[in-house]
Design a protein around this ligand. Structure first.
Ligand code: BGC
Length: 755
């Protein structure tokens, strides 16, 4: 009976979705049949906010031309228009002046929040807490939708192995499995269960594809990787986003194996739209259609438009090429109207699904905006997520957590009182200096004697009318003496060092990834007079901190944690939150190791256990170890965990059976704590070489002191599949190793056969 009921409700549900979909498809076709060619092309045209829409109408120049396009119905979307008043005004122009009154879809980069800023995505990935990540996206969607936005250019799901690349802060790190789960969580957070609700928005998987593999980590650079890496490492998070029902994709600035991604039909048409059945639309990256001329791939603008459309780009972000060139291309039979119809249908469908066509002002309610933007619910959520994102990298002699009474603490560092850097890079609508600083966070704990000095100064500058940027001073050491004097007087020094918020992000690749400016020198000078240092790092990428790892007893990775940064850090330093984060990206020992990542291949000369001291002819550096300083998956707690009773339920698996891998985890310390239990596999011999380890499962558990728990994972054939030498996703029979442990260095393994 139960089963029948379940089946019936499944049938009712899926048939109602089916009919809803059919209704939307019909509405789309009806609308399309009324559109002129120019109006269709207009839907494929996206402009950046080009003037203050609540101000006077532009009289001349580019703004006037774009205004006329809007009024004619030749613009399908606008980006970077925010706030209900502005959005309503711009929507009105499109809806009330144009012949068919099709509303605009309003896009914005909600990379880690709107006005209330969440931790940077790399930090959130360090939580390994998919609920927290879903919450972060849902809250960002709620806040932004209240301000008129209905489409975000997020999540960025680019896997990356190169910490030099500035945009590592926007992604989930180096692993395709974790990256896929994070991608799904973010899509579910942004889009919710009902896209037609005014509090959910359409999401974008970007940058399709392989942007995270730009050569030498240099922004906008070329990418040359084979199909093996493309399919096994780069594409899985995109596929996960597509499977989660994401509505849009954005392509990328890079060329991939000689073809700019914007015109890559293999990626956008064959894989995305055909193989994955993606029925949403693809937006170009900013100006990326035009940039194909500079790439040396398109001869001129018209040619770029042709290549982009044939390659599968449905919407032109800020190149203004589709709107000027597509009609000509049709006349010349270079592209067909069917190409345009397909793109427009995809765009209209999303607009219907968002509820925009039925109510263009669905997201335009000033009362809701006033109630939701900056509300307590959202601010509280940032604190929750921020705490979970912190990773404890080192804690010798239990210097942490700090005692709450009677301790003289010296707080030192350029970022210690800074309220800007923790907001990270993509804080476009946050007010300047709105993060809680570490100084403010620590001041909430009143039992200790806290003194602060900056040590190295910050410079605040405002580049090109954008946000105030904080920079670490590289010329002035006048704060050193005061910092050293303070360190001499106190029991514990808390040093807050790292990168300023704008040192990572788009266009912020770095060729040196150590502590910028005089911070390293300051750290060494302070350590010379007081070695009792807790180093709090703020940064948007893995840094080279080998000296600190050797000489500083406690290191806390606090990334850029957003609005509630200082409170989250203080709660961790004082033990009110026991840190549970794990690194989503390996930290190199030295820059020369980059790219360094856990799921590397074995090579023909891997050495025994990766090392062959004394030998010359094996895969290694003569002046550096192979292993990273801190591996993927690494992170400590104020308690300790012991793993035992590792077991596999069988030694053989077939296509239709599964194996249960289990282990018992015990909290062997004195306080309650969370552990991320990680399962890796290795396929030691296959038709195409496989990584030495691949994450295939993890569970976050919380244990009281002394408590044990059996943790189980179910492994199936599909978990063993990969893109193999036959260019197919399949599992190949043979031996598999399974590892379960606390990070990617785990050694203990069990073995089974796939028959
Ligand atoms: C970035 C995209 C972003 C777009 C719109 C581009 O420069 O690469 O990630 O969504 O700008 O702001």
């Amino acid at each position: 009976m139960k089963f029948k009921l379940l089946f019936l409700s499944f049938f009712v549900l899926s048939s109602s979705t089916f009919f809803a979909q059919q209704t939307i498809d019909k509405k789309v076709n009806d609308l399309l049949s009324k559109m002129t060619l120019k109006e269709k092309i207009g839907q494929m045209n996206q402009y950046n906010g080009f003037w203050n829409f609540t101000g006077p109408v532009p009289k001349g120049g580019d703004s006037k031309v774009k205004y006329d396009h809007l009024a004619n119905g030749w613009v399908g979307s606008m980006l970077n228009i925010t706030g209900v008043r502005e959005v309503r005004e711009v929507q009105k122009i499109a809806v009330e002046n144009s012949r068919l009154g099709i509303p605009l879809i309003i896009g914005f980069d909600l990379i880690h929040g709107y006005k209330t800023v969440f931790p940077i995505p790399l930090a959130e990935a360090a939580s390994w807490d998919l609920e927290a990540i879903r919450l972060s996206a849902a809250m960002a969607a709620k806040e932004a939708s209240a301000a008129g936005i209905n489409w975000t250019f997020a999540p960025m799901v680019d896997i990356t192995r190169d910490a030099r690349w500035g945009r590592v802060m926007e992604g989930a790190g180096e692993d395709p499995y974790l990256g896929s789960l994070v991608a799904r969580a973010r899509v579910e957070g942004f889009q919710g269960k009902d896209l037609g609700s005014p509090f959910t928005i359409a999401a974008t998987a970007k940058h399709f594809a392989a942007y995270g593999f730009v050569e030498a980590g240099k922004e906008y650079n070329t990418v040359d990787i084979g199909l093996n890496t493309l399919h096994n490492i780069v594409l899985p998070p995109f596929k996960a986003a597509a499977d989660a029902g994401i509505k849009t994709f954005m392509n990328s600035f890079n060329d991939l194996n000689g073809i700019p991604a914007t015109a890559d039909a293999y990626l956008q048409r064959d894989i995305l739209k055909k193989e994955w059945n993606f029925d949403g639309f693809v937006v170009s990256d900013w100006g990326s259609i035009r940039e194909m001329i500079a790439h040396g791939y398109a001869e001129n603008q018209k040619h770029a438009g042709e290549l982009a459309l044939l390659g599968g780009s449905d919407m032109d972000m800020e190149s203004s090429i589709y709107i000027y060139e597509l009609e000509k291309l049709i006349q010349e039979n270079k592209v067909s109207e069917a190409h345009i119809d397909d793109a427009v249908k995809r765009i209209l469908k999303v607009k219907f699904e968002l509820g925009l066509i039925d109510d263009p002002y669905l997201y335009c309610n000033e009362e809701i905006e006033a109630k939701i933007v900056g509300s307590k619910e959202i601010v509280d959520a940032t604190l929750e997520v921020a705490k979970k994102s912190i990773v404890l990298l080192k804690n010798e002699n239990e210097i942490l957590p700090l005692r709450k009474k009677g301790v003289k603490i010296g707080l030192i560092g350029p970022l210690a009182a800074d309220k800007s850097s923790p907001l990270g890079n993509w804080r476009i609508r946050a007010d300047n200096n709105t993060a809680i600083s570490v100084l403010e966070g620590l001041k909430n704990y009143k039992g200790n004697d806290l003194s602060y000095t900056q040590g190295v100064k910050l410079i605040n500058k405002i580049p090109e009318g954008f946000h105030e940027e904080v920079q670490i001073n590289t010329t002035d050491k006048t704060g050193f003496d005061e910092a050293i004097a303070l360190a001499k007087k106190v029991e514990v020094v808390v040093m807050v060092l790292g990168e300023h918020g704008f040192q990572s992000g788009e266009g912020r690749s770095r060729s040196k990834i150590d502590l910028p400016g005089f911070q390293q020198e300051l750290l060494e000078k302070v350590a010379a007079v007081n070695p009792n240092i807790v180093l709090v790092l703020m940064n948007g990428r893995p840094l080279v901190i080998s000296w600190a790892a050797e000489h500083i007893p406690a290191i806390v990775e606090a990334w850029q944690l957003g609005t509630q940064s200082g409170n989250a850090i203080a709660q961790v330093l004082y033990g009110d939150y026991n840190p549970s984060g794990k690194l989503p990206m390996s930290f190199p020992r030295s820059l020369g190791q980059v790219p360094v990542y856990y799921n590397h291949k074995s090579t023909g000369r891997p050495g025994t256990e990766g090392e062959e001291p004394g030998s010359v002819f094996w895969s290694h550096y003569t002046d550096e170890e192979n292993s990273p300083l801190y591996p993927f998956g690494f992170g400590l707690s104020y308690t300790t965990f012991e793993y035992s009773a590792f077991n596999l339920s069988a030694t053989e698996m077939t296509k239709n059976t599964s194996i249960e891998a289990s282990i018992v985890v015990k909290n062997t310390g004195k306080v309650k704590g969370k552990e991320v239990v990680q399962l890796y596999i290795q396929d030691p011999y296959a038709s195409a070489t496989r990584p030495v380890k691949e994450l295939k499962g993890f569970k976050v558990i919380e244990l009281e002191a002394g408590e044990s728990q059996k943790v189980t994972f179910n492994l199936k054939e599909k978990d063993l599949a990969f893109y193999n030498a036959k260019q197919k996703w399949e599992a190949e029979p043979g031996t598999f190793h399974v590892f379960i442990g606390t990070d990617s260095k785990v050694k203990q393994k069990l073995t089974f056969e796939l028959k």
